[in-house]
Ligand binder design. Structure first.
Ligand SMILES: Cc1ncc(COP(=O)(O)O)c(C=O)c1O
Ligand SMILES: N[C@@H](CCCC[NH3+])C(=O)O
Length: 419
């Protein structure tokens, strides 16, 4: 069920009219639905119900807002983090250190120390070099680091090239054909508890077949490691499940995904970890914006200039991504428009030649499916501030991240007195 729906002609988030949020908080503003986050968290878990005690680790990168993490923590989710900052957030949101997995191809020395000192559940090691560095730190601190080795299965995830992570030429993981030797070498290191393997082939996957192929390769690796006398008790299958961005777009359901996982991993005898991000948060959020004005240039459709821009929602400029655009108070008319932000780049374009609800200066509109990789990818380009975030729960809402105005960002800058 969609918790962003028209009621009495006005688009609501749950029971709150988006116009009331715009009035109270201003625009642009990200708006999340708690009910949707909870529903997605449960649907994903139910999809895996055939598995024994799966470990669910929300990919914090998708939406690191503390209130969002707190909703998921209450649903029993841990966290997949890729930086010290994300680790700090996961713990601040109440996630148990043991439920945190630390992924990432370039964990710094300080981040490895932070992970060890926090007592996180698992490091996903992405190179032999990282493994030796972690082992040395663990020995120095008198700790043991539980680790999985992330492998690169050389599978084409059939998604956007910039978010594809499982091809041989991508920077992630260790090559499958070297994984056995690296695992054995790291298992011999004091300070490391090599307990499993991990794989993540990319994001916004619309097809289960590449995932199945990667998991099948991982299963073969587990058998190879065990045959060599090595212990494997855990496997991390990453995230990546795609979500619909356009009406009518069909994506594999968590149930389909879970059935495939159950079939492929049958007999593995490991505890499985999952790192869903987008599938939980993507359709739980929108970016609410107001039309500044429309202009015409030439004979083409009008440019509808909104107050949100590529610095607030980077996905269209970065990946050519589609976000549905709807009026908050549609008047029934439709028009073909270009929808753009105010930034001084042609790339600051949300839609070209798209038929959308008719929008005039002052009207409110939303970009859908902005709950994942939205606010978190914002920048202050063009000296624009950071957009606030609001969480809705039934008929109430709270600002869960303040707007950071451009002058507050400027306050962190200094002109040296020798200038
Ligand atoms: C290691 C890892 N785990 C999990 C995710 C989450 O992916 P998604 O949001 O597609 O579920 C990502 C991002 O692609 C990732 O790099
Ligand atoms: N930022 C990407 C997803 C990256 C996934 C990172 N592991 C997007 O918006 O689609």
């Amino acid at each position: 069920m969609d918790h962003f729906q028209l009621k009495n002609g006005v688009l609501h988030a749950e029971d709150v009219p988006l116009s009331a949020i715009a009035e109270a908080v201003g625009t642009p503003v990200y708006v999340y639905s708690r009910a949707t986050l909870v529903r997605h968290a449960r649907v994903f878990r139910e999809g895996l119900s055939a598995l024994d005690q799966p470990h669910l680790a929300f990919a914090v990168k998708a939406n690191p807002n503390l209130a969002v993490l707190s909703v998921l923590q209450k649903e029993g989710y841990g966290a997949d983090v890729v930086s010290g900052g994300e680790l700090t957030r996961a713990l601040a949101a109440g996630m148990a250190p043991a439920d945190v997995v630390f992924s990432g191809v370039g964990k710094t020395h300080a981040e490895l120390v932070q992970g060890l000192e926090s007592g996180i559940g698992q490091f996903n090691i992405e190179s032999e070099e990282e493994g030796y560095e972690l082992a040395a730190i663990a020995r120095r601190l008198g700790k043991t680091a539980a680790c999985a080795l992330r492998v690169n299965p050389d599978v084409d995830a059939r998604t956007h090239e910039k978010i594809s992570t499982g091809k041989r030429e991508n920077k992630f993981g260790v090559p499958l054909d070297r994984a056995g030797a690296i695992y054995a070498a790291l298992a011999a290191e004091d300070g490391l508890d090599m307990r499993g393997v991990a794989v993540h082939i990319g994001s916004q996957l619309g097809d289960l077949e590449p995932l199945e192929s990667a998991f099948t390769k991982l299963g073969a690796l587990i058998a190879e490691l065990r045959a060599a006398g090595l212990s494997v008790t855990h496997a991390d299958l990453g995230g990546g499940l795609g979500v619909p961005y356009k009406p009518g777009e069909v994506m594999p359901s968590p149930a389909d995904y879970g059935a495939m996982v159950a079939r492929v991993t049958s007999g593995w005898d490991v505890r499985l970890t999952f790192e869903p991000g987008r599938v939980i948060a993507g359709n739980a959020g929108i970016l609410l914006t107001r039309v500044i004005r429309s202009k015409r240039s030439g004979n083409g459709p009008p440019f509808v200039i909104v107050d949100a821009a590529m610095n607030d929602l980077a996905r269209p400029a970065m990946y050519g991504a589609w976000h549905d655009i709807e009026a908050v108070a549609p008047n029934g008319n439709r028009m073909t428009s270009h929808v753009v932000g105010p930034i001084c780049e042609t790339g600051d374009t949300f839609a070209m030649d798209r038929e959308i609800d008719a929008l005039a200066a002052g009207d409110l509109a939303v970009f859908r499916t902005a709950g994942a990789y939205g606010a978190t990818m914002a920048s202050s380009y063009n000296s624009r501030g950071f957009v606030p975030e609001v969480l809705v729960d039934g008929d109430r809402f709270a600002v869960v991240a303040d707007r950071i105005p451009a002058d507050a960002i400027m306050d962190a800058e200094r002109v040296p007195d020798w200038l």
